[in-house]
Design a protein. Sequence first.
Lengths: 185, 372
Amino acid sequence: MTVIAASEVHGLASISDKELKTALSQWLDNPPRRIDRLILQCLLAAAPLKSQLRSNCGLYLASAHPARATMGALLEAVCVQHKQPKPFEFVNSVSNAAGFHIAQQLDIDGPNLFIGAGEQVWGQLQALANLDLQEGLIEQALLLVCDERGDFCVQALLLEGAITGAYANSFAELSVGTEVRRINL
Amino acid sequence: MTPIYLQRAALHCALGDDLPSAARALQAGQPPQGEAFVLHEVHESRNYLYAAKTGENLNERLDRLLGETLGTNPQALDDCLLIVASTSLDISELEALTRQQQGFHPEDSTPLDLLANQLRQRWGFASAFTLNTACTSAANGLLYGARLINAGQYARALVLSFETPSAIAMQGFGALMLTSPSGQYRPFHPDRDGLLLGEAYAAVLLGRESGDVPLARLLGGFSACDTSSLTTTREDGSHIHWVMQQALRSADCTAAQIDLVKLHGTATSANDEAEGNGMRLLYGERLPALSLLKPWLGHTLGACGLSESLLLLKALQSGPLPGVNYASQAMLPFSAEPQTLAADSLLLANFFGFGGNNASLILQGCAHGDRA
């Protein structure tokens, strides 16, 4: 297994979605509309890797939490104001919408999984990706982990070739020897 | 892929509070009636297919389901992975909290792996994670759980999948105008008018050996993302066709060998059109037997990959599948009469979802007492 590229986005809790969109527009010509904060954060980490991606790539994405603002808006609308949800907010909440938008924007067509990010998340993502890499279903695997507890951090790794040996437990361990593109907001 | 057994399973759904009674209700041909709810703002009535009300909270319900799945005197689970496949997770509890305090605070948000972690600790699983790929969640849980066993990562995997009666889901699908005003759940009918949502809790234990009461063997499957639209797949059926082909290839079998296709069949205009086209691309005019499960369970969203598979496999073990009472009008050649198939029939099961998620599984049923 070779780590081809890595990126890491750090942002303050005070960074607005509008500022995230502005930052994203530096990487994508035509960023999607009506997307929530989680999707923006994940796209920001994935977009810098676009030039190194091939279409036969799987995406293995993890987040510790759902998009809190989206969840809050849906709960307030339905349970307090007794309104119908806004369709785009609802769709963003029930699907792995971040994974879809990354795949669409980066033009990758392999398996696309979304898991909750717990303590073993990097090992779990590698295990899932390795199934597809080992069987030759994909040539590359893009691994992303989003963590937003106050400030946020999204880390992305692009791998090629099956993983042999024990899985690494962290982004730092996986990205040793690889230049990490860092975005600080 | 090396076949993996669905060793033991449990299901709570609108058709029954256990898997055998749900299968009997399916074969009796009596669809659940459901209960009405009202769409906010437009004040229109829709039906929802609830599981039996038991008074249990979610943790109690999931513990009972796991107990039923594992049986009496289960062995330690320290060799077993837990995959929680659900789109709703604890949303019903968050909805209750929001109603109670008349608002939602960001700090009320719970981690996506909260339930998986709690269940891992209570039951002693080796590891656990939450998987959410919309309506393919459980199908992907089955496929990747089985493949992790084959890779030697775990000796066993338990896939736990559920959808609770979430107000957000009911109102959200209503807002998208995907729920049926008529209350008639008729996939592939020319006048279909949308879906009915359903509540379900399903679990299955996967392993290399058959166990005492195996339901089926998972022979293969495939899952990929159609990036053409967030909410629909390509209407020409080309992506669905490709996914089904890849699933067949992974199971080392051909479309002609398939005895029965379990269609996704949401009864929404776009999905049925795309799936019908995908089926025609794969089979032309000579289709195998076809099955629809959503009219019996409702659309159980992230759980449908498991709730529908378990119900179908259990029913195959015990008798004929019900006919489709509008078969003569349907877009695909369904049987109007009950269909009797061998319990060890070869099945292709389709599951599609928002986010471009398309998945197909290849399963072979096990007759009662069929062991490796």
